[in-house]
Design a protein around this ligand. Structure first.
Ligand code: ZN
Length: 133
């Protein structure tokens, strides 16, 4: 089953917890055992898994990515002016695979799935491919 999801981001850099939506789409698929592939088809947004208990973790991750990849750099060449967004996206990656066991996502207690916006605000999409197995 392939699902296309849409979401609206609100900031230039933002991590949006999509765990609840991924869980509900897996339930909707009816697949009890297998994997769900979460894929982001953008070049300036990605998907990652990290802590969803303390919101300061998101803050610190975004802050450090910004320090490593500043918005402006005298040696950037990309004319669109968003090289930092592309660099951050490749750093976090554009997909995650999560196992499904007995109808539940196999995630650690503190783990959540995040859509990572690095050039918002925009209307964005991501795909969920639920595979039986
Ligand atoms: Zn660009």
């Amino acid at each position: 089953m392939l699902y296309k999801e849409t979401l609206r981001t609100n900031k230039r850099d933002e991590m949006i917890d999509i765990t609840t939506n991924v869980k509900s789409m897996v339930k909707k698929s009816g697949i009890k055992n297998g994997i769900v592939y979460v894929y982001c088809p953008h070049t300036t947004a990605g998907i990652t898994i990290n802590e969803n208990a303390d919101p300061d973790v998101k803050h610190d991750m975004l802050m450090r990515l910004d320090e490593v990849y500043p918005w402006e750099h005298p040696k950037y060449r990309h004319a669109e002016g968003n090289s930092a967004s592309h660099l951050k996206t490749s750093t976090v990656g554009n997909s995650q695979v999560i196992m499904i066991d007995n109808g539940e996502l196999v995630l650690g207690t503190w783990q959540g799935i995040y859509f990572c916006e690095f050039d918002g605000p925009r209307i964005r999409t991501y795909y969920l491919k639920v595979v039986n197995g």
